[in-house]
Design a protein around this ligand. Structure first.
Ligand code: ACO
Length: 376
């Protein structure tokens, strides 16, 4: 907080509401969803179970989880009109823009329309969470002159995503890596996209509008867009030997190093620690340690020079690259997961709503006379 101006730049440190969805303990480098440690969830849970926890506030029993998984699996197909719209979009349309457009289109045909009741929003949630991966993979395949692959209701969310992308069922260790990254990405308090979603919900607008706005906020390179920039940076550097000169040059030019730093974690990002181990193991299993070695070297230098630590996006990028996922889909995959957190927050907002409407400190001209255009 700057004493002179009384504003909190970037709303840093401002507590803007109460939540029971997620707790971030930045001093201890710990993160909890509904009281469960992210370490326990990443080790033992599945994305579907975490999605249920976020939406309902409790872990499901076996039957509830089975029902939830089959509801999701049965809602994966997208309407023919939406497929036609995706086909008609200009070539090169950013996949995040496709998602925004598609969520808007889905709103027009959602049977629950603009109803904001909890029951309506839970039904909308299932439809949206289920359809986002289909939109992403259909768009990718259509844009690359390949036939879209219909979802397979037998597969988990992570396996089905890789199946729809590549046309073959992934080996289980690969879908496990994606599944764990979806768990890590699912929720993170009042981050920029979730806050955006809550602001929209606070006007009593509908869930789809909140999700569209959140996608727009996530797209930016300081937030979800960072994971794609990290991989582009690693590819540009190209070799472990070139890491040190590249980073030192970038830091001397005051450039941002993508995948480092965090508003909330000034020590380590607990999710970053988990995904780092996952990438290390994946690289060893695939006999390709290049990206891990480069990343480790980069981490050593940036931490020593700037005291900054890698955030979740840093090592996630190498994980996705090793899984053969196209770079343009890294941020959309963030949506596949974070939509669960957005919806949990939107629901929480509706249930205890007050319009979110802060003030700004005026620093413009004082009162002045209007001058007719011909006299200016
Ligand atoms: N590279 C170089 N310098 C950095 C970086 C970075 N990645 N991050 C912060 N800094 C510097 C700032 O320039 C600032 O330096 P200064 O004091 O000389 O001005 C200092 O560290 C403090 O940083 P803040 O600007 O206060 O950090 P803030 O909390 O505003 O920003 C953010 C956090 C946006 C994540 C920032 O660290 C950043 O831009 N990182 C790169 C983008 C990124 O990885 N985003 C993903 C976020 S995590 C996620 O969405 C899952």
């Amino acid at each position: 907080m700057n004493d002179k101006s009384k504003i909190a730049s970037g709303l840093e440190g401002v507590v803007a509401g109460r939540t029971s969805i997620c707790k971030i303990d930045s001093d201890q480098c710990e993160l909890f969803y509904g009281g469960y440690s992210i370490n326990d969830l990443a080790l033992n849970s599945s994305f579907e179970e975490v999605a249920y926890l976020l939406l309902h506030g409790e872990l499901p029993d076996k039957k509830s989880l089975e029902d939830f998984c089959s509801e999701l699996a049965n809602e994966r197909e997208i309407p023919a009109e939406l497929i036609n719209i995706i086909k008609e979009l200009p070539s090169g349309t950013d996949p995040m823009d496709v998602l925004k457009i598609a969520v808007g289109i889905l709103h027009t045909s959602d049977p629950d329309g603009t109803s904001n009741t909890n029951d309506a929003n839970m039904r909308k949630a299932i439809r949206l969470i289920a359809k986002i991966p289909t939109i992403i993979t259909y768009d990718y395949r259509i844009a690359n002159d390949m036939e879209p692959i219909k979802p397979d209701a037998r597969l988990s969310s992570a396996s089905n995503f890789l199946y729809m992308l590549n046309g073959e069922e992934p080996e289980s260790y690969k879908s496990d890596v994606l599944d764990k990254s979806l768990i890590l990405y699912a929720e993170h308090g009042l981050n920029a996209s979730t806050f955006t979603a809550r602001v929209v919900a606070s006007t009593l607008s509908d869930l789809h509008s909140a999700v569209m706005a959140a996608i727009g906020a996530l797209k930016g390179p300081l937030h979800g867009g960072a994971n794609e920039r990290v991989m582009e940076m690693l590819l540009e550097i190209g070799d472990v030997e070139k890491v040190e000169p590249w980073i030192k040059q970038a830091l001397s030019e005051k450039k941002l190093i993508m995948g480092f730093g965090h508003r909330v974690y000034k020590k380590q990002d607990p999710r970053g620690i988990i995904i780092k181990e996952i990438v290390k193991e994946l690289g060893e299993r695939l006999g390709n340690n290049k990206w891990f070695e480069m990343s480790q070297k980069m981490e050593d230098i940036v931490t020593a020079e700037k005291g900054l630590h890698p955030n979740l996006d840093f090592y996630s990028s190498s994980a996705y690259y090793l899984l053969g996922i196209p770079i343009s889909l890294y941020t959309p995959i963030f949506v596949v997961s974070r939509i669960t957190g957005w919806i949990a927050h939107v629901t929480e907002q509706y249930n205890d709503n007050r319009l979110i409407r802060p003030r700004s400190e005026y620093v413009g001209h004082e009162k002045r006379e209007y001058v007719p255009i011909e006299d200016r």
